[in-house]
Design a protein around this ligand. Sequence first.
Ligand code: S3P
Length: 185
Amino acid sequence: METLHAGVVLIGFMGSGKSSVARRLAYRLGCEYIDLDSRIELAAGQSIAEIFTTQGEAAFRRLETEALKKALATPNIISPGGGTVTQPVNREILKAAVQNGVSVIYLRATPQTLAERIRRQPGKRPLIDGDQILDFVATRRRVEELLAQRQEYYEALATAIVDSDNLSLDFVTGKIEKILKPRND
Ligand code: S3P
């Protein structure tokens, strides 16, 4: 990855578009991207929802930390899961990465937007849909509750914040490209 010497991590809540933006950004910059949840699923041979059910959240968080460390070992475009920032160890890893020049971009969206996007993939997020699939209003309430706990971490860790409500994938990706450019001059 010549154009982004140290790498990029896209952080943000479930449904903020991290995976889609990482894929598009990698395409536009002609480099690879790593989706942490996909790596974890591949290694475990289980979906994230199955890992939560059979191994529990604590086990998932350990796998997530290992995957994050591995992904950051080389310059990459990385999309971690939305809860990565809840773990103190991961926050330290991300802070150290920023010290080494990695850009941490917070993809911000309102609870309304996040709930709409989450509802398009029912059953995929165990921390939203536990034993039962929530309706839209209950989903938004759950998003608000979790976001209230996490927002300060997203904001504190970010080297830049990009809003994604009502914006196209290309527009958001373009904004990130512009943010990354000055760092390469
Ligand atoms: C989680 C977010 C999910 C996934 C897991 C836990 C969270 O990833 O890692 O379900 O705690 O916010 P996405 O943000 O890609 O949905």
